[in-house]
Write a protein that binds this ligand. Structure first.
Ligand SMILES: [Cu+2]
Length: 190
């Protein structure tokens, strides 16, 4: 295990510790896993696929709707994704600027038997490390000002990529260079 991956997992575990140390009212209050529509992104060597389509060729388009919180406030509706590494032979390390364009993001890491082995909430998830057999259940709201800045029908592109082996100096097994990247497009629903 490289130092970078170690730091990734440790930061998740540290956040889990912080969450469980908080009062119950602070845990899981922002967003919940209640949405019916979940998009699964399959991870493999070396691709991200949704509905069998490689996101390098076919962007994953996610429509986002703004809804009223009250008379003055709006927020984006929840987006729910599953990153599935259960059929993969190697671990992957997912990064995307989309993860930092959120008001809040909740991540659950599930093992081979779908047991939750780690969870965190953050407005700036740096990376999600998935060992072989693991899945990440992710739910987030895109910042409403980002959605508001989009014209109806306009798209905003975010790269999604895997950075295993993609370090300064380079390594033979560089998932990013092997093509493990793609595009997620946000579209404002009118
Ligand atoms: Cu990878």
């Amino acid at each position: 295990m490289t130092m970078k991956k170690t730091i990734g997992m440790l930061s998740i575990l540290a956040l889990v510790g912080a969450m469980t140390a908080g009062s119950p009212s602070q845990v899981g209050t922002v967003i919940s896993f209640a949405q019916e529509k979940v998009t699964t992104i399959d991870l493999g060597e070396y691709f991200f696929k949704a509905d069998g389509k490689d996101l390098k060729q076919t962007s994953l388009v996610i429509p986002v709707e703004l809804k009223k919180v009250d008379e003055e406030e709006v927020e984006a509706e929840d987006i729910e994704l599953v990153f599935d590494n259960s059929k993969a032979a190697v671990e992957h390390e997912i990064m995307s600027p989309l993860f930092t364009a959120v008001d809040m993001m909740r991540v659950e890491i599930l093992d081979k038997s779908d047991n939750v082995i780690a969870e965190m909430e953050s407005s700036a998830v740096h990376e999600i490390l998935l060992k072989v057999g693991w899945k990440a259940h992710v739910i987030f709201k895109v910042g409403h000002t980002i959605v508001e800045s989009l014209d109806d029908g306009a798209k905003l592109d975010f790269e999604i990529s895997c950075h295993v082996g993609h370090k300064a100096g380079g390594q033979a097994n560089d998932h990013y260079k092997a093509g493990m990247r793609g595009t997620i497009e946000l579209v404002k629903k009118s």
